[in-house]
Design a protein around this ligand. Structure first.
Ligand code: TRP
Length: 457
């Protein structure tokens, strides 16, 4: 396609793709999951999942995107005309709707917490996680305030995408990714140099194999998918803005390395601070919005540290949310011939409206939980991370193995690579292992839903 937008540089592409990968998943989910599930024991399993399954699928998505120069629906249609494979692309677009609707709500919470911190609002929570807990609960179960912040977050996201691949996504990734790394490094050094901070490191990195349960292994795999933005064509879309000269293996390794390094750095920054001040490290999901706001005011210049933390979390969430919305925008540009502005605004607004229902389902004036035993917010989260993303990832691997063919895949992969490190046999094994492992996880989940007991976990 002649007029397709392209990335301005290799670095720009790597930063944009790692911007997608580095998100709330790295800074919020990984630290509390590792903390609760055996520290380094969990991290080892997670790294294994990233290196085997994650790397294979990141490369596969990049290859499919660059080969076709199209976003997922068009990409599958081009490589497999008149077959049902294009539904893998549609599944990706649908997943983007589902994920971004609740991701945008969390983005709004982060914005709110920047404001609370900057205005000194954490001071009254000093050393009092209960007060922090009720502040958080009152806020997210409210009607207007969380919705307002969610709308602002989504508006920023729409604004960046309207400016295009190079002038919007790449430009802002180049600004925000270095800032995220610098701010996290500063917070990590602050944490390590606190008295007792090193205990946090041993909590995070000492392997405690007795805490590593079977369900933690399932968790590690699911998270490997989520954290690398896999299974819904994000990386296909970003790969479609590449030209032929890039070394895809090398780029994929960079994205994975940055994603993993930032998750670890976040873990260090958070747990050193939590341990130094004697807060509860096993708080789980409440770690970020409940424990940290009560801990920051105990530090000298606490307002500064708290604000920096939530600002960096905001940037991480934004670069990820952008990549999710871009999947939808690219579909309407590539397949329907819409303009970027029209596609982004129209569907950005639709997703925001769905997100409003996610937010209201947490306790606002509208009760959406009458028909389900979980809130609409949790439903969208489970639906995407437990089913849609793994199914999308598995089908992508199966597509290469059984329809497009590994030799075609290898040919495209090798454009721009001089030394050929992966031969067909290794590619077949990696893709097969990935598809099987992911297939097993999905099956395990379905069996657990139907019978009430999982095969593992
Ligand atoms: N990877 C991001 C995170 O860790 C979230 C994300 C962005 C995502 N794009 C995605 C997850 C696509 C799944 C699919 O927070």
């Amino acid at each position: 396609m002649k007029n397709r937008e392209h990335w301005g540089s290799k670095l720009g592409f790597i930063l944009a793709a790692s911007g997608s990968a580095v998100g709330i998943g790295n800074i919020w989910k990984y630290p509390h999951m590792a903390g609760q599930n055996g520290g380094a024991a969990f991290t080892l399993i997670y790294l294994l999942c990233i290196l085997v399954v994650g790397l294979s699928i990141v490369i596969t998505e990049f290859v499919i995107g660059r080969k076709t120069q199209l976003s997922p629906v068009g990409a599958f249609e081009t490589l497999a005309p008149n077959t049902a494979w294009k539904w893998v692309g549609f599944l990706g677009v649908a997943s983007a709707f589902v994920i971004l609707s609740f991701y945008g709500v969390v983005g709004g919470w982060i914005l709110k917490y920047i404001i609370v911190s900057l205005t000194g609002g954490f001071n009254v929570l000093k050393g009092d996680p209960e007060a922090a807990g009720s502040l958080f609960n009152n806020f997210i179960t409210g009607t207007w305030s969380p919705v307002l912040y969610q709308i602002i977050f989504m508006a920023v996201c729409i604004w960046v995408i309207v400016h295009g691949v190079k002038g919007g996504i790449e430009k802002w990734a180049k600004v925000m990714m270095p800032l995220i790394i610098i701010l996290l490094a500063v917070l990590a050094v602050r944490g390590i140099t606190l008295k007792g901070g090193l205990e946090g490191i041993s909590f995070l990195f000492n392997p405690r194999f007795e805490d590593l349960t079977a369900s933690a292994i399932v968790l590690a795999l699911g998270h490997a998918f989520f954290t690398l933005s896999l299974g819904m064509g994000t990386m296909v879309t970003y790969g479609s803005y590449l030209d032929r000269e890039q070394n895809l293996l090398n780029s994929a390794l960079w994205v994975i390395a940055l994603d993993t390094a930032i998750a670890m750095l976040a873990g260090v920054a958070i747990f050193t601070t939590v341990f130094a001040l004697g807060a509860n490290p096993a708080e789980g999901p409440g770690l970020i919005f409940v424990v940290l706001p009560s801990v920051f005011p105990q530090l000298a210049a606490g307002t500064l540290w708290g604000s920096l933390f939530f600002i960096l979390l905001f940037m991480a969430a934004l670069t990820s949310a952008i990549s999710i919305l871009e999947v939808v925008t690219a579909y309407f540009i590539d397949q329907k011939g819409w303009s970027r502005t029209k596609a982004t605004i129209q569907f950005g607004v639709v997703i925001t409206v769905v997100g409003v229902f996610c937010s209201l389902s947490l306790g606002g004036s509208i009760n959406l939980t009458a028909f389900m035993d979980i809130t609409f917010f949790d439903f969208m989260d489970y639906l995407s991370s437990k089913y849609m993303l793994p199914i999308g990832g598995m089908l992508t691997a199966l597509f290469v193995l059984f329809h497009w063919g590994v030799p075609n895949f290898i040919d495209e992969l090798y454009m721009g690579i001089s030394s050929k490190k992966i031969d067909s046999r290794i590619a077949v094994i990696l893709l097969l292992v990935s598809a099987m492992v992911v297939g097993f996880i999905i099956l395990n989940e379905i069996i657990a839903k139907i019978t009430g007991t999982a095969v593992i976990g």
